[in-house]
Write a protein of this length. Structure first.
Length: 336
């Protein structure tokens, strides 16, 4: 059966909304732990479990770990970045004392070079580095409202981070207590990484937890056959994957990964902007439902929405359109 995943967040924090989502066909939910932990999310999880119980759903709870993804630091308030304006990146300790500065780690600051294109918040905001030093000046190419701890990507450059952060290890230790059934590991680039995560789970007697390996850059794509044997599910995560290549190459990358997974008999999940317009609209675009339909036809075992249910205005309607489109694709394929 196709797995239908929503994402937990303030828009669906109440058990009655989550109940509607389960009744519309949702089978599980993702909890993004990039900004918080399981303990801080206990109320959300309680509402999720209550709604699943009411509807008789054996729901999956996926935790999306921090992993090696590079992020900016904490901001005292959201920062408005306007096209053609100048801004500054600074080490987190320095940035605390200067308003309007984007805090980053020393490692990121050292990696900046003049001319680097910097993508923030999954590529929604783009800047170019104009000078480097103790601070790095940048010009805004594509602006927007920047929230704290959003993703940062330097185009055509890798900044290595820890496979599992301290917070990740703490959340894994609490996984059984909170009913976690799977974890999503960001930026997987080798089977060896997944073996390390398996060991961490085994040490905590959590062998039953599934590992979802997120493919989010070219390196992950290049090593997909090494990754396949050690993952329970491959996640074609189109947000960061689309930041690591010209966007027009992304559909072919998704198609290629789908074909490799299907040939190997490995389940895969498609995520990112499946129904992005429904964050503000009760109806999807024609392009969005076509995207979902073709993902199912290509053999996807699961589909997932993120902001659409976490912070969008119509979380139950999102699941309804997702499920109905999946069913239509399955019916079409069965009739062929």
């Amino acid at each position: 059966m196709m797995e239908i995943f929503g994402s937990l967040g303030p828009a669906c924090a109440q058990a009655d909304i989550l109940e509607k989502m389960f009744l519309e066909g949702m089978t599980g939910m993702r909890l993004n732990l990039s900004h918080s932990g399981l303990t801080e999310s206990s109320q959300l999880i309680c509402s999720f479990q209550k709604a699943a119980q009411r509807t008789g759903t054996e729901a999956e709870l996926l935790i999306d770990l921090q992993g090696p993804e590079v992020r900016i630091g904490a901001l005292s308030c959201p920062l408005e970045l306007k096209e053609a304006e100048e801004t500054v990146f600074a080490a987190a300790a320095d940035a605390e004392m200067i308003n309007g500065v984007i805090p980053v780690s020393d490692q990121i600051l050292a990696a900046f070079e003049t001319g680097d294109r910097v993508l923030l918040d999954d590529g929604k905001i783009e800047l170019v580095i104009t000078s480097t030093g103790r601070q790095a000046a940048a010009r805004v190419l594509c602006g927007g409202l920047l929230q704290q701890k959003k993703s940062l990507k330097i185009a055509d450059k890798q900044i290595p981070g820890p496979l599992l952060t301290k917070q990740d290890l703490e959340n894994i230790s609490l996984a059984k207590e909170y009913g976690v059934t799977a974890l999503m590991q960001p930026f997987v680039t080798s089977g060896k990484q997944l073996l390390q995560i398996r060991r961490e789970l085994k040490q905590r007697h959590l062998d039953h937890i599934r590992i979802f390996a997120k493919i989010e850059n070219r390196e992950g794509m290049d090593h997909i056959r090494d990754i396949l044997p050690f993952a329970d599910m491959i996640v074609i995560a189109r947000g960061d994957l689309g930041n690591d290549m010209p966007l027009w190459q992304l559909p072919a990358a998704q198609k290629r990964l789908s074909e490799i997974c299907r040939s190997a008999g490995k389940p895969f999940l498609i995520v990112t902007q499946l129904l992005a317009s429904m964050a503000d609209s009760p109806y999807p675009t024609r392009a969005e439902v076509s995207d979902i339909f073709h993902a199912v036809q290509d053999g996807a075992a699961a589909v997932m929405v993120t902001n659409e249910t976490a912070v969008g205005k119509y979380p139950a309607e999102v699941i309804r359109y997702l499920k109905k489109t999946v069913q239509e694709a399955e019916n079409y394929t069965a009739a062929e």
